[in-house]
Design a protein around this ligand. Sequence first.
Ligand code: ADE
Length: 234
Amino acid sequence: MVKLGIIGAMAIEVESLKAQMKDLQTATQTGMEFYEGTLDGLSCVVVECGVGKVNAALCVQILCDRYQVTHIVNTGVAGSLSNALDIGDLVISKDVMYHDFDCSPMGYAIGQVPRLSVLRFPADETLQKLALEAVQEVYPGHCSTGTVASGDQFVSNPQVKERIISNTGALCTEMEGAAIAHAAWRNGVPFVVIRAISDKADDSAQMDYPSFEVMAADRCAAVTRAMGRRLCEM
Ligand code: ADE
């Protein structure tokens, strides 16, 4: 049976999903509140994990050990790394990597965790396809598929942005996706990251982010919900 773990870092990224759930049971672990129930008939666990990579990885391990989720989706906002992506547009992860993992003095590429067989954690192809179909249903024409780059850093400096683009080739940057992907990958659980653009990760980001985060988070949650409906029908 499918059981979907839905992770957002912040309340605005998951509260509309929580509000739509039925048969609800809640439990708190490591300070995170896990909402277990159904969403449009799909068994799922929705959780606000908090910002950053450690929170995100902890959350995935709890979803795997305690709730035995079969799939994981990370929904939320991101800074755009591509001129083709405007505020409000959606990104579906083809793969996810760290932009701030740096063992380059030891000969590793930026992002590479030493002794791990992958640099980019590949998102599940079925979840990618369902997420893409969900975007076509909810916000047709506003979606790209590619690399998502994560780090413990709100990117608002154009030079940092350029460095991340040249190191990763990513479409957008955020602060949890790679840790979620890494932890899901180690647990053998298929995942996808769905993000909506809230800012351009440059010197306009500090102005744009507060203005657009709620709109972008709502958009992403609507796509995540539509993807869940499709997963339920499979
Ligand atoms: N999430 C949304 N915008 C972001 C940015 N510019 N940097 C990191 N995470 C983000």
